[in-house]
Design a protein around this ligand. Structure first.
Ligand code: ADP
Ligand code: MG
Length: 478
């Protein structure tokens, strides 16, 4: 994308994202407590998560492997030695008074992802522990704390300020989402908070040599809000600078109801975290052999899957790209085509199924569609049991109810009419009823052929086999 495409009123937005990804490990980053979402409050808490004195954290090797996988998937450097630091601050959901994170020696440095052909650099990705959760809306007169999330492993992925528009930020975020779900290191569920994003936004004139002062918008939890929050922030900064004001370096919050960002704290009140190496954890060396063993254990990446789909299933690049954009859909496709026609299945997944998923804004495993049933739908089109038009109705039905395709077709009598005798009778009736059109057709008004087909389809509620109707009509009218 040329830089100028992204100018707004002559201003160039500059954006860097910090993405927090909850890793899917069995246990927490430094404790043996289970890492699970949705359990009763404070049931998954070890003494280490409580930060009691005298207990020592032990690094979860699984989390380390997942961090390395992300590094390998983004062509990054994996640390030979990584060091954990304490980031000190007080907050009720952080009983230890510090968060263990990685400041100067992160597990991953200098990665890159490609978004619409443009390279966006990843400054670093580091391991850290999540905090607990303050709950303010459960009781009228008090706030309470759930520490189940305390100590859950996070990978914080920090981009360079290479992003130039709100929509590019969303594309980048979707790419990160695709990578982490393909690697199976996170479920990437933004509404449950397993993927959260801070957006750093500044603006500059294209001719400026230095970036402008940035504001950081904290904790945005949907793709849509990322785009809206950044766009609001760009407009806000343009207004300030065009009125000869100065943008303050500050932390802001996005209010999705009012669609605006609001100041949370300015630089003056910024925390001094007094980082220092955590004395409870020794520096961790990561050997080449260890990295290689992780590499061997890695799942197929999006581009690899896309290429395999092109060669194995003979899909074109675009179709393979759309299907592989989402790992769930790609796996679903492979299940479906075990028994169904490949190209037809691809067409229906890319078209109608994707449209339904988008319309309802859910992912495939949240829907009632399963691969075996969807495969049945495609097979029923291929063997002429139903037409494409009826198949759309069947899809709508199984989308809502999850009923078996064969049952829907049987119970609603949706089978296609492919009986020649029956169709000939219907055609005969229609031609008799439309004598004038028949005369007009025979005297050269070819376009009327479509009218006759339409009448047959109407008379059969769309169930006539269209190919056969065409054939029989041609024969009868010639
Ligand atoms: P800090 O040390 O204060 O966290 P960093 O330099 O590490 O700041 O940057 C944090 C994030 O802010 C990164 O994602 C980076 O790309 C982004 N960033 C830095 N400077 C700017 C800027 N002027 N405009 C927009 N984003 C920026
Ligand atoms: Mg930061």
């Amino acid at each position: 994308m040329a830089q100028n495409d992204t100018l707004i009123k002559g201003w160039q937005p500059v954006i860097g994202l910090e993405v927090h990804v909850q890793l899917m490990t069995n246990t927490k980053l430094f404790s043996p407590a289970k890492n699970q979402f949705g359990e009763d409050a404070n049931t998954l808490v070890d003494l280490i998560d409580l930060g009691l004195p005298g207990v020592l954290p032990v690094l979860n090797e699984g989390a380390m492997k997942q961090g390395i996988k992300f590094g390998l998937a983004t062509n990054a450097k994996i640390a030979e030695t990584m060091i954990f630091d304490r980031k000190n601050y007080f907050y009720p959901d952080l009983p230890k008074g510090y968060q263990i994170t990685q400041l100067h020696y992160p597990i991953v440095r200098d990665g890159v992802v490609e978004v619409n052909g443009k390279k966006i650099r990843i400054h670093q990705a580091h391991l850290e522990e999540d905090a607990g959760k303050s709950i303010h809306d459960k009781y009228d007169d008090k706030s309470v704390i759930d520490l189940n999330r305390s100590g859950v492993p996070l990978l914080e992925i920090v981009s360079e300020p290479d992003i130039r528009s709100a929509s590019e930020a969303v594309e980048y975020l979707k790419k990160i989402h695709q990578i982490i779900t393909y690697l199976d290191i996170s479920d990437g569920n933004m509404s449950q908070g397993s993927m959260r994003c801070d957006a750093n936004v500044s603006i500059m004139k294209p001719e400026d040599k230095e970036f402008g002062t940035r504001a950081e918008i904290k904790n945005i939890n949907s793709f849509k809000f990322v785009e809206k929050a950044i766009n609001f922030e760009i407009r806000r900064q343009i207004k300030i600078l065009e009125a000869n004001g100065a943008v303050e370096q500050e932390t802001r919050l996005y209010d999705s109801i009012k669609d605006e960002t609001r100041s949370m704290r300015t630089k003056e009140f910024a925390n001094d975290y007094r980082y220092f190496p955590c004395p409870d954890l020794v520096p961790t060396n990561i050997s080449e052999e260890f990295i290689e063993s992780v590499r061997k254990d890695m799942d197929e990446l999006p581009e690899e899957k896309q290429e395999r789909f092109m060669s194995t299933y003979n899909l074109n690049e675009y179709d393979a790209g759309v299907i592989c954009a989402d790992k769930q859909i790609a796996n679903f496709f492979e299940e479906v085509v075990k028994d169904a026609d490949i190209q037809l299945a691809a067409k229906w997944i890319i078209g109608d199924l994707n449209a339904l998923l988008n319309k309802h804004d859910i992912c495939l495993d949240e829907s009632k569609i399963d691969a075996a049933n969807f495969s049945e739908l495609i097979q029923k089109i291929t063997d002429n049991t139903i037409s494409g038009k009826i198949a759309k109705e069947v899809l709508e039905e199984i989308w809502i109810t999850g009923t078996k395709v064969t049952e829907v077709i049987d119970s609603k009598g949706m089978q296609q009419i492919s009986d020649e005798g029956e169709l000939e009778n219907i055609i005969e009736t229609i031609l008799n009823e439309n004598n004038n059109q028949v005369i007009a057709y025979k005297s050269g008004k070819d376009k009327l052929f479509g009218f006759f087909v339409g009448q047959v389809m109407k008379a059969t509620q769309g169930k006539a086999n269209p190919g056969l109707v065409n054939e029989l009509l041609k024969k009868r009218l010639s």
